[in-house]
Design a protein around this ligand. Structure first.
Ligand SMILES: CC(C)(COP(=O)(O)OP(=O)(O)OC[C@H]1O[C@@H](n2cnc3c(N)ncnc32)[C@H](O)[C@@H]1OP(=O)(O)O)[C@@H](O)C(=O)NCCC(=O)NCCS
Length: 247
């Protein structure tokens, strides 16, 4: 992670995607976020964000992302300090949304303008997506209760990219950077779950390129909301992937 002239963190992707950086989310991203989450090539592949997605949704989501980023950065500074001093201070970051940087941007090499093109974040595994059962509720509570840095914490990754930028290797590189520049060294991530709608071969490939291992496809696992499918009861199969840190 590097810092810009305003002391704001960013991660730059390697060549050939060196014009792509990942930074904290900004309120001014709202219009671009709304546009992307209103595009069927994006929202039909996502289970998380509400649909339709408008200003109201962004206004309630942005403060959550902003707080997570600030808290994570503050903890990261404590960790860096403790490691430098070799002290017993904070060793790991909580990372409510993974790294403090979640917004993927393309930098215009002439004007320097930064255009929001996507998002990647990590959250503690949402067990209830895997079935609203008493057992999963217990697993969720247990996972949520683990201390920062506990290698037993299970994580989920969520991501999307503007269709204008698909198939340039951007998300594969972004996932690699977030996992290896932040989740592993600062959050001690050992277990990351991934899931994708079965028709989303691009997403599965991004996971595979990052060392996730295919587990299974469960047919008719997820019921698309009527707002997206135009009718109720339309179900899609979900593929499950798993990344385990090699130690
Ligand atoms: C899925 C998504 C993140 C892929 O991002 P991307 O930056 O285009 O992916 P990459 O360019 O890193 O591609 C990785 C590999 O997948 C392949 N791939 C990407 N999109 C593909 C598609 N639609 N169909 C088949 N293969 C695809 C690429 O060719 C590449 O394979 P290669 O290295 O063998 O050439 C992007 O399409 C997206 O944001 N889609 C909408 C939202 C979404 O699906 N989010 C994920 C929810 S689980």
């Amino acid at each position: 992670m590097e810092f810009d002239a305003n002391n704001s963190p960013f991660i730059r992707l390697p060549v050939p995607n060196e014009k792509i950086i990942i930074t904290p989310s900004r309120y001014s991203d709202g219009d671009a976020v709304i546009e992307l989450l209103s595009d069927p090539r994006v929202y039909m592949n996502l289970a998380g964000p509400p649909y339709p997605y408008g200003q109201k949704e962004w206004d309630s989501w942005f403060p959550i992302l902003e707080k997570a980023s600030k808290d994570t950065l503050a903890e990261w500074r404590e960790v860096e300090q403790a490691r430098k001093e070799g002290s017993h201070g904070r060793q790991w970051v909580t990372g409510a949304h993974g790294a403090p940087v979640t917004a993927i941007r393309e930098v215009d090499s002439v004007t320097g303008e930064q255009k929001f093109i996507g998002s990647i974040d990590a959250t503690r595994k949402n067990w209830l997506f895997y079935g609203v059962t008493e057992e999963n509720k217990r697993k969720q509570e247990a996972n949520d209760a683990l201390e920062a840095g506990d290698p037993k914490i299970q994580w989920d990754l969520g991501f999307y990219l503007a269709p204008s930028h698909h198939r340039r290797g951007i998300m594969s590189a972004a996932m690699n950077a977030i996992v290896h520049d932040f989740l592993v060294p600062y959050m001690n991530a050992h277990l990351i779950a991934g899931s994708y709608f079965e028709y989303n071969s691009g997403s599965r490939k991004v996971f595979e390129k990052n060392g996730f291992v295919f587990q299974e496809i469960v047919p008719d696992y997820y019921e698309l909301p009527e707002s997206k499918a135009g009718t109720s009861g339309k179900k899609v199969g979900v593929g499950f992937m798993k990344w385990t840190r090699n130690v």
